[in-house]
Design a protein around this ligand. Structure first.
Ligand SMILES: [Zn+2]
Length: 55
């Protein structure tokens, strides 16, 4: 199954990364109301990068 890419989002309350995949379990732990649009100038989340590589 192909992972679904979403618009980048991040949170100011967590580690300084942003997420780009719907399947990201780390990103999914962020409450919707705490999500901010965009990358926030952070680096991509480790889990999202693994998803991108097809892991
Ligand atoms: Zn992620």
């Amino acid at each position: 199954m192909k992972p679904k890419k979403v618009k980048p989002y991040h949170t100011d309350e967590e580690t300084e990364v942003y997420h780009i995949y719907k399947e990201c379990t780390v990103g999914n732990n962020i409450e919707k109301e705490n999500r901010q649009k965009g990358t926030g100038g952070y680096r991509p989340c480790k889990r999202c990068k693994e998803i991108q590589k097809g892991k």
